[in-house]
Ligand binder design. Structure first.
Ligand code: ADP
Ligand code: ZN
Length: 701
């Protein structure tokens, strides 16, 4: 007898192993210890046991062939399935759809510390037992029910109530259904999620709630805890391995009713799934940008289809894909057009920075309108958010003599200037500032003279959050100012501390990147300033306008969520750009119509499906040659099923020392495009590991 096993080795197919005489056959989903080359690795049984194909031939020949054929399983590590069947199935779907190896996808579905390798595996192979910890039994669900009811007590608005009734109706049918909940910022979507979850839970079915980033949606977790107590589990990569694994175990045992997690939680081992909520479904962090390159929203929908569950995709700015699907009738569209308690959306003013520069010089970053508005809000003891979606002090170091910029030696990007010290640690100084690469982390001291021409005329180009923070400090010396971006939150605990401190109104002005735009509910924020709306607009990515619209609409949506109405001021050099115009009016429909026209004209998703293949290599010309070979083969197979664009150097032509050349496949059948790429690569095994195959790419830089 043999079994097929997935092992966590990139792009490797299923491997077949023989079950030796006397070993109990493992079940599907169980972990097994197997030899792989000279190593011993853990794998997961995907298929079998089957009859050994070699046994048919019988006699000596089978014995003789056996030697260089299937190796024996060394040990079975689990009595039953370690991964539930539906999770194994889901992982296999991911492997197939996204064109990675089954082991890559199974790996993504496994809790931490499930694979054993090296010494640990060897010890297991020698027969030492695996330790399984006994858990204390979970408290009875009945005991916690009053608890839940107590937390859910406020009166819903008319629109909330109608939406909830509709969703609850869908949930009660207990069949697969997808609803897109398009509710403006501050329309109270969380409240709907909680109540719907309670309904589903009352039907003895379980809830999976996906959020883009736990750190930024801690409030959601707290509310779930408030409503469902102990029977809520949190799953995200910020937890320690031990904690994550413990929670995973509790979910697996069925002692958890509601799982709140980031994208990998889509593989959570929940039995009897009844509801999947994907909050902020448009958010780019649902897409994993490494193998397996899955989109958790789309995987969630597949999972729900198999489980006969309801899916709720929630957003104030739905992705083009989801809204298009809703328009086409594939999803049910539900709209909440008003904020709770009839609070108005923030009034938005555009400031054309060309006028400001003309009158006050190119050095300023805050317009007079924005400065004055900040002044007023500070006087009224209200809070201010200032968005600039670029971290660091300056975007680049520029030489006025030779017009060169400081570039990363490993990447085709300019180095970003960072202050030597973080804010809050004393006076800001650029003495000893460093220029750093945001891709490979290379850094150098900012030189006094240009390394190319030796001229001492270096200047900073383009501003980042550090610079804005400094300017706001200088302009408003009495205000309490803080900054929130990836550099600040690198220190453990810094993010929750900062968010709590802002919520407690210990900070007046919070300067930050897109992090400050995500889902937060700070009722005392009455002013949102966008220092530059243009940061992402120039990127050569077909989603640039969509991202800009989403970011602006979301950040504007942070203003005026409490008793006092809010306003937003958006500074831009492109006041006529459609993404900025529609974001100002918070007019999703108009943006969608304009953007869909562009996608249709250019043949981009969601009008067609797309696969991006990125070839990486040591030299540009060699990589280009390889990519041309692949593209040529693809074209010869494509016929009319799809078209191949490129190859062309990727916008970031060099990253971390590797050159990148990409080609787009556009067509209607993902399967045929993906299979064509995989077939071409099958014939070039050496190239396989250097090619990124990205099905439904979220970014093409
Ligand atoms: P969204 O996610 O749609 O932007 P939230 O769920 O964060 O909105 O809700 C915005 C604010 O409104 C929160 O402070 C929430 O507690 C409050 N809220 C929600 N529903 C109601 C209601 N029916 N009445 C009063 N306040 C509500
Ligand atoms: Zn670099």
């Amino acid at each position: 007898m043999v079994v097929s096993v997935a092992v966590p080795v990139p792009f490797l197919n299923l491997l077949t192993y023989r079950i030796p005489e006397g070993m109990n056959p493992p079940t599907r989903g169980a972990r097994v210890l197997v030899p792989l080359g000279s190593r011993m690795v853990t794998g997961v049984v995907i298929d079998g046991p089957h009859a050994d194909p070699l046994d048919d031939r019988g006699g000596d020949s089978a014995e003789a062939e056996r030697e260089h054929d299937f190796k024996d399983l060394v040990r079975v590590l689990d009595d039953g399935p370690f991964l539930p069947q539906e999770v194994v199935d889901l992982a296999l779907w991911v492997a197939d759809y996204y064109g990675c190896g089954p082991g890559d996808a199974i790996d993504a579905a496994m809790p931490p510390r499930s694979w054993m390798e090296g010494d640990a595996a060897r010890r297991l192979a020698d027969g030492s037992a695996i330790k399984t910890r006994r858990r204390k039994p979970a408290t009875s669900p009945d005991l916690e029910w009053p608890l839940a009811d107590a937390a859910i007590s406020r009166t819903l608005t008319v629109e909330q109530a109608a939406t909830l009734a509709q969703l609850a109706g869908a949930a009660s049918r207990e069949v697969f259904h997808v609803a897109l909940l398009h509710g403006v910022t501050g329309s109270g979507k969380t409240e709907i999620y909680l109540r719907l979850s309670a309904e589903v839970r009352a039907r003895q079915r379980r809830v999976l709630m996906l959020v883009p980033e736990i750190g930024l949606t801690g409030a959601m977790v707290a509310q779930c805890r408030g409503a469902f107590g102990d029977r809520v589990a949190i799953q995200h990569s910020g937890l320690s391995d031990g904690a994550r694994r413990d929670q995973w175990q509790r979910i697996r045992e069925g002692s958890i009713d509601v799982v709140v997690g980031t994208r990998s939680a889509v593989f959570g081992p929940l039995p009897a799934l009844g509801l999947v909520i994907v909050d902020e479904e448009h958010d780019g962090s649902y897409k994993q940008e490494e193998t397996p390159r899955y989109h958790a929203r789309d995987v969630a929908i597949v999972r729900a289809r198999r489980a006969g569950a309801l899916v709720v995709l929630g957003s104030a700015t739905p992705s083009l894909e989801s809204y298009h699907n809703a328009r086409q009738g594939r999803y049910e569209l539900m709209t909440i057009s008003r904020r709770v308690l009839d609070r108005p959306l923030a009034a938005v003013r555009l400031v054309d920075m060309r006028d400001e520069y003309a009158e006050r010089g190119p050095e300023i970053s805050l317009s007079r309108a924005l400065e004055q508005a900040i002044d007023e809000r500070l006087a009224a003891q209200e809070q201010v958010l200032l968005l600039l979606n670029r971290r660091g002090f300056a975007r680049a170091v520029f030489c006025r003599q030779c017009a060169g910029t400081l570039e990363c030696p490993n990447c085709s990007v300019s180095l970003t200037v960072h202050q030597p010290r973080q804010a809050g640690e004393g006076a800001v100084t650029l003495e000893g500032a460093r220029a750093r690469c945001h891709y490979c982390n290379y850094s150098m001291r900012v030189p006094k003279a240009c390394p190319l021409c030796a001229a001492p005329y270096l200047e900073h180009l383009g501003i980042g959050t550090e610079r804005v923070e400094e300017e706001v400090r200088a302009r408003f010396p009495l205000a309490r100012i803080a900054r929130l971006d990836r550099d600040v939150i690198r220190r453990r605990g810094a993010l929750p501390r900062l968010l709590a401190s802002f919520a407690a109104r210990e900070i007046d002005v919070l300067v930050g990147t897109q992090m400050i735009a995500k889902g937060h509910d700070f009722p005392s924020v009455t002013l949102v300033g966008v220092v530059s709306a243009d940061v992402g607009l120039g990127l050569p990515d077909f989603r640039a306008a969509e991202r800009t619209f989403q970011l602006l609409t979301q950040v504007v949506g942070r203003a005026g969520r409490g008793d006092k109405s809010g306003e937003a001021i958006i500074q831009t050099l492109y006041p006529d750009h459609y993404s900025i115009v529609h974001a100002c009016r918070q007019d999703y429909e108009a943006f969608f119509a304009a953007e869909l026209r562009y996608r249709r004209a250019m043949r981009y998703p969601p009008i067609i499906a797309m696969v991006n293949a990125v070839v990486r290599g040591r030299t540009l010309s060699g990589t280009m040659d390889e990519a041309c070979d692949v593209a040529e083969e693809l074209r010869s197979h494509a016929r009319d099923a799809f078209s191949v664009l490129g190859p062309a150097p990727a916008p970031f032509v060099k990253l971390r020392g590797e050159y990148r050349v990409q080609m787009f496949l556009k067509g209607t059948s993902r399967a045929s495009m993906r299979d064509a790429v995989l077939t071409a690569l099958d014939r070039r095994p050496e190239l396989r590991r250097r090619v990124i195959v990205d099905v439904d790419p979220m970014q093409v830089l």
